[in-house]
Design a protein around this ligand. Structure first.
Ligand SMILES: Nc1ncnc2c1ncn2[C@@H]1O[C@H](COP(=O)(O)OP(=O)(O)O)[C@@H](O)[C@H]1O
Ligand SMILES: [Mg+2]
Length: 253
């Protein structure tokens, strides 16, 4: 039987940034709702890709799930528990690994190995155990050679892989990845694609690259007007088009 254990459930969430600098269509000065009566679920075994334009609220949605933003109304449930307070979210955060849109928000130790061992240490593992876990993850991701590298000297792609390693080191039950391949070259992109295809935990991955999402997910969803559009509400299609010099493979963003 398919395991349908619920990991994330959002019910009727609305959210506006209090210091909203974007007045958008709301000309009477009230805050524009970034999330507007949004509902969403992630269950065990779900592999969901999300593609939606910049500014549609994807990052905000992930931050609401992690308790980094408090919704104005609506319910956040993680693993069947309704959460409102910071200390409740703090208990569940290690079970859901969020990879931030900007790797610099994730990495704060001088050396790669310390950044990856940080999570397991926080979970109560000894220094020795945390190092073993960190080295295992480095090896799983094929980046053992970065163990003693200085984080701020890494390339963008290396930082992204290390950020993913810090999240996986917590052995989460689900992953939220915010544009994990943005700005990466083909080699790192393919590597991340391979890692995600081999993962046996549920995930929600936000990206602008349709082919990448298609290859790693079983469903692709979108967002508009502050709501999630499920796959039966969207029609994904690819265009045929003509280019003057279009013989070589290429993608459109
Ligand atoms: N800290 C903030 N303060 C005010 N407005 C914000 C803040 N962060 C994001 N926004 C606005 O909220 C909207 C959604 O942003 P975001 O969730 O980052 O979208 P996406 O990840 O889909 O690009 C955008 O219009 C953005 O300008
Ligand atoms: Mg974003």
């Amino acid at each position: 039987m398919v395991d349908k254990k619920n990991i994330i459930k959002l019910k009727n969430i609305s959210f506006s940034y209090p210091d909203s600098y974007q007045k958008g269509p709301s000309l009477n000065g009230t805050d524009v709702k970034v999330l507007n009566d949004l509902s969403f679920e992630l269950n065990a075994n779900d592999k969901i890709g999300m593609i939606a334009p910049n500014g549609s609220g994807k990052t905000t949605l992930l931050h609401i799930i992690m308790g980094l933003c408090q919704p104005d109304c609506g319910v956040v449930e993680l693993f069947g528990e309704k959460l409102t307070k910071e200390k409740e979210f703090a208990l569940y955060r290690p079970k859901i690994g969020l990879m931030f849109q900007d790797s610099d928000d994730q990495l704060f130790n001088p050396y790669v190995i310390d950044d990856i061992a940080f999570g397991p240490l926080n979970l109560g593992f000894s220094q020795k155990e945390a190092l073993i876990i960190a080295r295992e993850i480095l090896s799983d991701l094929g980046i053992e050679d970065l163990e003693n590298s200085i984080v701020h000297k890494l390339s963008g792609g290396q930082k992204r892989l290390v950020a993913l390693a810090t999240v996986l080191a917590m052995k989460p039950e689900a992953l939220l990845l915010d544009e994990p391949t943005a700005g990466l070259d083909m080699e790192v992109k393919t590597r991340i694609e391979g890692i995600l295809k081999n993962l046996d935990i549920a995930f929600l991955v936000v990206a602008h690259d349709f082919n990448f999402l298609k290859s790693i997910s079983s469903r692709i969803i979108s967002m508009t007007e502050g709501k999630v559009l499920m796959d039966d509400q969207i029609h994904i299609h690819q265009h045929e088009h003509i280019h003057k010099y279009g013989h070589d493979p290429h993608t459109h963003v």
